[in-house]
Ligand binder design. Sequence first.
Ligand SMILES: [Zn+2]
Ligand SMILES: [Zn+2]
Length: 351
Amino acid sequence: MTIELPEAMRAVRFHAEDRSLSLETVPVPRPGPGEVVVKVAACGICHSDLSQFDGHIPARFPAITPGHEASGTVAAVGEAVRHWNVGDRVVVAAGRACGNCQSCRLGGSIDDCEALEIMAFSYDGAWAEYVVTPAVSLIPVPDGVPMEQAAVLADAVSTPYGALETANLKMAESVGVWGLGGIGTHLVQLARVAGASPIIGLDPVAGVRERALKLGADFALDPLAEDTHDRIMEITGGRGLRAAFDCVGRTSTVAQANAAIGARGRVLLVGISGEPIELGREGTFLGRRHTVTGHLGYKMKHLAELVELVSRGRLDLTASVSAVLPLEEFAEGIRRLREHDGYPIRVLLRP
Ligand SMILES: [Zn+2]
Ligand SMILES: [Zn+2]
């Protein structure tokens, strides 16, 4: 049951009408039946947060608390919550089941929900001292995993991890990753853990390419160079890539990725740009059996598997935590992400 939670807390609030953000004092949420209140340890700043602030992702509410990449400790549990105790270290999944779709009505899990509600877009997120979430949206984090790294798992690592499953990636398959920001860099690391070979990272920024080479890419290419396509063909022995992950979502990158895959290759759309994209000649998809698949999000088991990989040292996320800023400095964190200041993988806020 509820332990003594304070009455008020600090939270960043996004106001849709004038697209403003401000640090405010708001009531601490109370857990309803089946819910848990988590004291937030760290929460990431993600490009999709910026998309909501800029209006590319339409705001659903006049005001909402951003932040969907959170870790923390259980502060209070609601009725009918059996598996969590106050003090448990957790990573908070960024979504909750809608409770109303066909799958939810038939008793389906959060993973099967057809209208998943995303934290910070459909309900208050974790740029705050406390966040309330369904108990089934939590995964335990062992003591050896730093809270900052656990927070990064909640989207920036788990979404690319889910994309590898969507791509049905096999050992020794060649992989290209377009866009080496938070998602793309983790895709390179995870593809390495998954046994992909060779792994080619593509990004116009030299420093970011260097980083990808340190984190597991075999080759790092500038997608704007004239010989990029030829280089990919050369590296793959003329066959082209088995899987191409587009973490940018623009016609230029999708077209380049589609042109670089081999027969029966697949392109995975992982990046969100909101732009219309051109897929090129229709005959390619027939003649060469190309597949283009969209990917979003992850399953609860993916989060649990990632906690396992990090806790055993299989996946090193020390480079992923680019900076940790106090909650008050949210504007500075947003600025660094927007301006690519230092090319952060993840800037985190600590309430
Ligand atoms: Zn995110
Ligand atoms: Zn549902």
